[in-house]
Design a protein around this ligand. Structure first.
Ligand SMILES: NC(=O)c1ccc[n+]([C@@H]2O[C@H](COP(=O)([O-])OP(=O)(O)OC[C@H]3O[C@@H](n4cnc5c(N)ncnc54)[C@H](OP(=O)(O)O)[C@@H]3O)[C@@H](O)[C@H]2O)c1
Length: 253
């Protein structure tokens, strides 16, 4: 068997076992089992949107040992970024990134979400995890879309409408791109990352990946709670420990 084949078989095993265990006891499994680059079983990760936040997050996953495809509608613009990051980083079109990733991060202005759903919704629904980092922001995005998102119950439920069937977890929405690198593996108590999602398997994989890059995942609830995961400056925005996040969330109910 070739190395490539062995690697693929290991990855399939991890993804399947992860699903099986999550189905039995969501949240209680040793999440680090699901993705262990050090153990030779990386997950392919793609970014749709490799600007400030997508670029910085993708770089952390490369450092953790995962192959990452950074995508753009103008892939040539990303050559410098991936050259710096080394052989695990690669560039592609959005279509290639959707094809490449076991896990896809969507890190775009929220106004792009509808089009992405139309163009790639079917393919994204087949991924084990879609990490939604995108925020609807009144001062930046079209007022109509911001209102529509509110009417759906916030960004978590709205993303699920744009990407029907996708295993969406909202995460990293409120940590500034310029802080990500220094926050990762911070000495002392780790920076917590509040996350929200409805699918236990996707939550487990997201939690595992978040730990690998040096943060402490905190599940705050289902996608309906995704409305509380906003841009830096909102209640859960910026750097908090896991305990602080839990305290803030208690006060939200
Ligand atoms: N900046 C932060 O600190 C931060 C923190 C947390 C969350 N966020 C959220 O992350 C998202 C991106 O923010 P950013 O600051 O990284 O923005 P950015 O630097 O402007 O990057 C936006 C990226 O989105 C891509 N994009 C735009 N429209 C697209 C479309 N229709 N299809 C595919 N790709 C598209 C762009 O790719 P092209 O090369 O194809 O133009 C670009 O790579 C926003 O929703 C923001 O609220 C940002």
């Amino acid at each position: 068997m070739t190395n490539h084949r062995v690697e693929n078989d290991r990855r399939k095993f991890l993804l399947t076992v992860g699903g099986g265990i999550a189905g039995l006891a969501a949240g209680s499994l040793p999440a680090q089992v699901l993705a262990q680059p050090a153990g030779g079983a990386p997950l392919s990760i793609s970014t749709i949107g490799a600007g400030r936040e997508g670029g910085a997050l993708g770089a952390l996953f490369v450092k953790a040992g995962h192959p990452v495809m950074f995508s753009s509608r103008h892939p040539d613009t990303l050559k410098g970024l991936v050259d710096e990051l080394g052989p695990l980083a690669r560039v592609g079109t959005v279509e290639e990134a959707v094809e490449f990733g076991d896990v896809v991060m969507v890190v775009v202005p929220y106004t792009a979400m509808e089009q992405i759903g139309k163009d790639y919704g079917n393919a994204l629904a087949k991924k084990v995890l879609v990490i939604d980092v995108s925020n609807p922001i009144a001062r930046r995005d079209d007022a109509e879309i911001v209102k529509w998102v509110d009417d759906q119950g916030g960004a978590g439920l709205a993303t699920a409408k744009f990407l029907p069937g996708a295993h969406v977890v909202r995460a990293f929405n409120a940590i500034n791109y310029a802080k990500l690198s220094a926050d990762a593996h911070r000495p002392g108590e780790l920076v917590g990352v509040p996350i929200a999602g409805d699918d236990p398997h996707a939550i487990d994989i997201a939690s595992s990946l978040i730990r690998e890059i040096g943060f402490d995942p905190v599940v705050i609830g289902g996608l309906a709670m995704g409305k509380y995961l906003g841009f830096p400056g909102t209640l859960l925005g910026g750097e908090h420990t896991a305990a602080e996040i839990r305290q803030i969330v208690t006060n939200l109910h």
